[in-house]
Structure formats: structure tokens, C-alpha cells
Design a protein around this ligand. Structure first.
Ligand SMILES: Nc1ncnc2c1ncn2[C@@H]1O[C@H](COP(=O)(O)OP(=O)(O)OP(=O)(O)O)[C@@H](O)[C@H]1O
Length: 571
């Protein structure tokens, strides 16, 4: 229980510490005040009920009409209060959801935590996209709803208890095996005992709900993930006639959903079998409980109605836990998932990337005794000594699976499984993987990525696109920034050309091309790499490729397979 409260505090703390958090706390206070207005309205209605039925009992026409007028005013004011509270609550909801979402995305991206979390076999976080998109929304929605409900119920409970206390100032007389038992203010005790028993039963029946709801969220996210995965590979699936396999996967994912849904249904049915009749008896039972007082002549008819209404309000407020059990279970399940995600992302973001000793060097890249491993310790390639100077062209070759891509990731600071010394030169780096990433927004955005298009001169972007053979994309298609912008249909080779255009535009000091031209034919590959070499004279090019590009001036060929230190100079 305490750990759940701590989770709530941690997550709400994020919202409150965000910019504008203090103003939002003030907004929350206003909403609480407006919600408490409903308690006042409730108390006023109890008084009104007494006065109204007393007027009816006395057959007092003018007083009855006056009470109807009072009722109309109460309802009108309450409507204004309710609508204002609802409007402000939605405002606060989007502000806090925004703060939580921003924080989650910040943690997820700091120190590339998203990448490390996806690699980890122990801390692996399933469906992080769902946690950011859905869990933040559900958590804020539920916590606000439940907190406001709880506060107004606590205040309501105190108010209605006071009324009930003053009204139920008569005892219940019970004759039991010759003993005459008097229970003073029995209406109060009856309310507490009634709710305590009901709460215990509700908790007993509903306990498994939290686990089942959490599991349901996970399975729904898995189903969505399978759909999204297929969406990113329409070509591949269509060419492989993989529809039946994809359908089978989707069906299996959906069966998982349905399976848990059935368990959830059964549990909700068991809970509902108790809470449903409970909800309906809450409004009736007070009358039965108060009847002995009426029959014994302790209260008049108006008092009886007032008493039953106060009793029913007390029981309703006390039953908050029972009525909210399902929503509370969902809130707890969501906050556990979200909190775990935040903790894991935070730990990853703060992680000291050990493995290699990294230092700064003057102008050359120096690797000494670098040994790369897989996370489970399997040795990959080793480099005893390698120095690469500024402006050089170096070609790294090696068998498939030896660890060339992992070497790239190590240079990028991602891979931490290995040892050795790496001294980095000053200057900017750029890494071009085999599969170029294309952001939304069209070819101009693709060339400018990860910077906004506006950071570059549009003519310069158009020029590099033309230089890499993509002039047909210049001035074509929707405006940059639009979705469905034409880059979706680019071939593998065209995507690689676009990545080379990006390289030409960004002009880094150091560039690592990990099979970044593999989809091009020999002639096109040589042409593009020569273009890069010619235009970026001061850039050091580290090429990871199975083919040795011909005509590439002064390339050093390093064979990683046998003798890692053997350098072959080409002309
Ligand atoms: N995240 C990972 N966890 C565990 N093993 C991995 C991970 N990434 C890569 N590996 C393994 O490390 C080995 C080296 O992978 P890498 O991608 O660096 O090979 P490569 O030399 O670039 O191969 P290719 O020439 O086929 O692209 C492979 O056996 C691969 O399965």
C-alpha cells in the first residue's frame, strides 16, 4: 500500500516540478474548492428535503411552492459550479499529462536510454511507446478523478455524519432473550458496520483485478505492436506472400487479449455480483434502517426522509473504495507500469557507460587493445592498435558477424560490452548505417535530419540532392512537413543516396559509413564515394564495406579477419 502511495507521489511530483507546476497546483486547489461546493449542495439538499416534505405533510401550498423555487436555484448554481469544475479539470489534465509525457520522453532519450533499454535482457521494458502515449494519459485522468472524488467524499462524509449525528439522537431498542438492549445513535454505527463489511468483501473479490488489468494493457499493446510492425514492412510481407503468417500472428496476439479478457470478465462478474446490488441497496436500505425510529415516534415523516438521505449520503461516501474499485485497480496497474518505466529510463539515463576507457586526443582517432564482446561475453573482433588521422580514407573489411557494426556502435558511444582505450579527436562525427532513417517531412527534411530544414539554405539542400542523383525529388511532392511525402516509396539505393546527401550537407569532421552504399551497384557506389571524397576533403572517412571501392584515393584497407593490424595501401 505504502509503495503505491510512493509511486503516486513520485509521478505527481514530476507534474508539480514541471514549468508552470505551481500555477497548476493553484488550479487544482480551485477545482477542489468547486468540487467541495457539491458537498455544500448535498448538505443543502438534505435540509431542503426536510423542509419540503414537512411542507407537504402540513399541506402548506405556498411553502411547498417556495421550496420548489429554492430547489431550482440550488440546481442552477450547482450546474454552473459543476461545468466550471469540469472545464478546469480538463485543462489541468492536459497540462499534467503534457508534463508527465515530456518527462518520460526526456528520460527515454537522455544518454540514448531508449537504445540501451531495448538491448537489455533484464530491464527490458515492454512497449515503451504505450507507456508514454497511454499510461501517462490514463494515470493523470484516473488520479485526478479519484483524488477529487476522495477529497469531496471525505469532506462530504464529515458534513453528512454531523447531520446524521444530530438527526439520529434516538436509540434502537432490542429485546433479546429477555435482555433489553439500547443502542444509542444506532444509525451511525449501522452505516459504518454496513460499509466496513462491504469493503472487506469488495477487496476480497476484486483483488486479482490489478494484475489482470495490467496484463490486459500489456496484451493490447503487443497486438498494436504486431500491427505496426507489419505496417512498416508491407513490401516485404507482400513479396513473401506472408499474409497468412501475419494473420496467424495477429490472431495469436488477439487470442491472448481475449483469453485475459475472459478472466477479467469473470472477475468483474464476481465483483459486480456484490457491488451491483450494493449500489442499488445503498439508496433503499437507509429507509429500512430508519423505520424503527419513525415507528417508535422518534421522528416525523420529513425527519425520516431527511434521515434516510443523510444515511444514504454517509454510506455512499464511505463506499468510495467499493464504487471505485475497478478504476482504482486500473490506476494502480497503470502507475506501477509507468513508474517502472520512469525508474528504468532514469537509471539508464544516469548510467556511466563503462567498457572502454575514453579520452580525448589531438587530431587522430586512436584505438588500443580494443576487444569487443556480445552482452553474453562472446568475443567479437579485436584491434591491437589502430590510428586514423584527419582526412584519411580507411576501409574496414571483415567476415559477416565479426562485429563491424558493433565497432561503429562503440565509436558512437553506444556499445559498452568490451574493453580497451579509445582516444577521440576533436570535431563532429556522423554515422551512416546501412538502412538510412527517413524522418517525416519529405526529402528536404530527410537531408537536413536531425536538424530542422530551416538550419540550411534551401538551395544548398537542393544542390546536394541533385549531386547524389535525386534531382527528381527537388520541387516535387507535398511541402516539406507534410505526411506521406514521397520518401516512403524511395528504393533502398535512393534512400542511401539521400543519406549521402545528408553527409554532404552536414560536412562532419569524421564520418563512418557502415555499408551505407551497399544497395548501389559498383559504378554508382564508386561515383558517390568519390564525390564524397572530393567534396569533403578534410573529412576522415571510415568505410565498412565488403567491396573495396576502386579509384578511391589513398585508401587504407584494414582486414579485421586475420591480422587486425595489417594495413594495405591502395592507390
Ligand atoms: N544487441 C545485440 N545483442 C547480442 N548480440 C548482438 C547484438 N547485436 C549484434 N549482436 C551479434 O554480434 C555479432 C556481430 O554483429 P555485427 O552486426 O557487428 O556484425 P557485422 O560484422 O557488422 O556483420 P555484417 O557484415 O553481416 O553486417 C553478430 O553475431 C550479432 O548477432
Amino acid at each position: 500500500m505504502l509503495h503505491i502511495v510512493r509511486q503516486f507521489i513520485r509521478l505527481l511530483g514530476i507534474c508539480i516540478r514541471a514549468p508552470g507546476g505551481k500555477a497548476q497546483v493553484a488550479l487544482f486547489a480551485i477545482i477542489v474548492a468547486l468540487e467541495l461546493g457539491s458537498v455544500y449542495v448535498g448538505v443543502r439538499l438534505v435540509q431542503w428535503t426536510g423542509a419540503f416534505y414537512a411542507a407537504i405533510q402540513k399541506i402548506d401550498g405556498p411553502e411547498t411552492v417556495r421550496q420548489i423555487g429554492v430547489f431550482a436555484i440550488i440546481v442552477a448554481l450547482n450546474s454552473v459550479r459543476g461545468l466550471t469544475a469540469d472545464y478546469l479539470r480538463k485543462k489541468l489534465e492536459i497540462a499534467w499529462r503534457g508534463a508527465l509525457t515530456d518527462h518520460a520522453i526526456d528520460l527515454w532519450t537522455t544518454n540514448k536510454a531508449y537504445w540501451h533499454l531495448a538491448q537489455s535482457s533484464t530491464d527490458r521494458i515492454d512497449n515503451p511507446d504505450q507507456r508514454i502515449a497511454d499510461d501517462c494519459r490514463i494515470f493523470i485522468n484516473r488520479i485526478l478523478g479519484e483524488a477529487l472524488d476522495l477529497i469531496s467524499r471525505i469532506v462530504g462524509l464529515a458534513s453528512y455524519l454531523a447531520i446524521l449525528w444530530s438527526l439520529s439522537n434516538f436509540p434502537l431498542s432490542l429485546g433479546f432473550i429477555g435482555i433489553d438492549l439500547q443502542i444509542p445513535r444506532y444509525m451511525i454505527w449501522a452505516a459504518f458496520i454496513y460499509v466496513a463489511l462491504s469493503t472487506a468483501i469488495t477487496h476480497f473479490l476484486g483483488q486479482p483485478l490489478k494484475r489482470l488489468l495490467s496484463e490486459q494493457q500489456r496484451r493490447e499493446a503487443n497486438f498494436r505492436f504486431s500491427m505496426a510492425r507489419w505496417r512498416t514492412a508491407f513490401d516485404e510481407v507482400a513479396l513473401a506472400n506472408g499474409e497468412a503468417a501475419e494473420k496467424a500472428t495477429l490472431r495469436a496476439r488477439f487470442d491472448d487479449i481475449a483469453d485475459n479478457w475472459l478472466k477479467l470478465m469473470r472477475r468483474e462478474l464476481a465483483l459486480g455480483a456484490f457491488t451491483f446490488p450494493f449500489k442499488h441497496t445503498v439508496l433503499r436500505i437507509p429507509l429500512f434502517v430508519a423505520l424503527p425510529g419513525y415507528i417508535a415516534g422518534h421522528v416525523a415523516f420529513g425527519g425520516l426522509m431527511q434521515l434516510s438521505m443523510a444515511f444514504s449520503n454517509v454510506v455512499t461516501d464511505l463506499s468510495w473504495f467499493i464504487f471505485s474499485y475497478r478504476d482504482l485497480s486500473e490506476l494502480v496497474a497503470t502507475s506501477s507500469r509507468l513508474d517502472r518505466f520512469m525508474q528504468a529510463a532514469q537509471a539508464e539515463a544516469a548510467h556511466d557507460r563503462a567498457g572502454f576507457r575514453r579520452s580525448k586526443s589531438g587530431d587522430a582517432l586512436r584505438l588500443k587493445n580494443v576487444f569487443l564482446r556480445t552482452p553474453d561475453g562472446k568475443p567479437l573482433l579485436s584491434l591491437r592498435e589502430l590510428t586514423i588521422g584527419p582526412g584519411e580514407t580507411v576501409c574496414l573489411r571483415g567476415a559477416s558477424g565479426i562485429g563491424k557494426t558493433i565497432l561503429t556502435k562503440s565509436l558512437a558511444g553506444l556499445w559498452r560490452h568490451g574493453s580497451g582505450d579509445v582516444a577521440f579527436p576533436a570535431g563532429g562525427w556522423m554515422f551512416l548505417p546501412q538502412k538510412a532513417y527517413m524522418p517525416e517531412g519529405g526529402p528536404f527534411a530527410g537531408a537536413a535530419y536531425p536538424y530542422p530544414v530551416a538550419s540550411f539554405d534551401r538551395h544548398a539542400i537542393a544542390e546536394v540532392l541533385g549531386a547524389v542523383g535525386l534531382s527528381r525529388l527537388v520541387g516535387e511532392g507535398p511541402e516539406p512537413g507534410a505526411q506521406g511525402d514521397g520518401t516512403d516509396s524511395l528504393s533502398g539505393g535512393e534512400l542511401q543516396r539521400l543519406a549521402i546527401a545528408r553527409l554532404l550537407l552536414h560536412r562532419p569532421d569524421w564520418a563512418v559509413l557502415d555499408e551505407a552504399t551497399s544497395a548501389l551497384d559498383d559504378a554508382a557506389e564508386t561515383e558517390l564515394l568519390s564525390l564524397v571524397r572530393e567534396r569533403l576533403k578534410n573529412t576522415t572517412l571510415i568505410l565498412i564495406t565488403h567491396r573495396l571501392p576502386e579509384k578511391l584515393a589513398a585508401a587504407r584497407l584494414i582486414n579485421l579477419d586475420n591480422d587486425t593490424e595489417k594495413l594495405v595501401a591502395t592507390a
